[in-house]
Design a binder for this molecule. Sequence first.
Ligand code: CDP
Length: 230
Amino acid sequence: MKNFIVAIDGPAGSGKSTVAKILAKKYAMTYLDTGAMYRMCALYFIENEISIDKKKNIEENLPLINIDIEKDKFFLNGKDVSLEIRTPKVTGMVSYVAKIKEIREKMVELQRKISEGKDVILDGRDIGTVVFPNADLKIFLVASPEERAKRRMKDYEEKGIHEDYEKVLASILERDFIDSTRKEGPLKKASDAVEISTDGDTIDETVAKLGVFIGVAKEKKARREEEQGE
Ligand code: CDP
C-alpha cells in the first residue's frame, strides 16, 4: 500500500498526542507531533529573548532554527529540549508564534518532508486542512474545556509543575481562540473529518474508536489501489 496518512486535529488538550502515540505503535506507523515543532520555535524566541513582533526578527532568525526529531525526543539546534517545550511559559507563547505565516510555511514544509514515503499519524490543528488535505483519514478530536484543563493539570503534576486550575483553563481557552481565529492554517474541522468527543472516555476507549476508523480507511485505500491496478 502507498503511504497511509492519518490526520488528527483538534483543540488544546483534547487527547490527540496521547492517542496518536498509542495508535502509531499499534499500527507500526510514524508519529509526528506537529505542536512540538511550534513549541520549539517558541522556545527559540524565548531563550534568545527575541521579539516576534518585528518581521525582520522572524526573517533573520527563521533560518537559524534547526529542528530534529528522533523518536520521542525533540532537538532544537542540537539540544534536547523535550522537557522545556512543555513548560507553561512556552505553552503561553506558542500560539502567538504559530500565527506567523513564515513560521507556519517552514513547519508545514518540514512536516511534509518528514512524512515522505512513510505511513504517518500527525496531530495538530491544520493537518487535515493544510498539511495533508488528501489524508486517508481525518479525525477531529474534541472535549469540553473543563475536561481538557483537568488533563493538562495532570500532565503538569506528573512533570512536577504546579499550576492553578483556573489559570490552566484560561490558557486553554485563550489558545483555542487564537488558534481558531488566525488567518493561516486556523484550527478548523476539515469538511471530511470524523468528529470524535473524548469527554468521559478512557484513553483505551478513544483508541478503540479511532482504531475502527483506521481499519476502515486502510481497507478503502487497499481496495481503491487494487481497482486502479497500483
Ligand atoms: O498538546 P496541546 O494540545 O497543548 O498543543 P500542541 O499540539 O502541543 O500545540 C501547541 C500549539 O502549537 C497550539 O496551541 C497551536 O498554536 C500550535 N500548533 C499549530 O498552530 N499547528 C499545528 N499543526 C500544531 C500546533
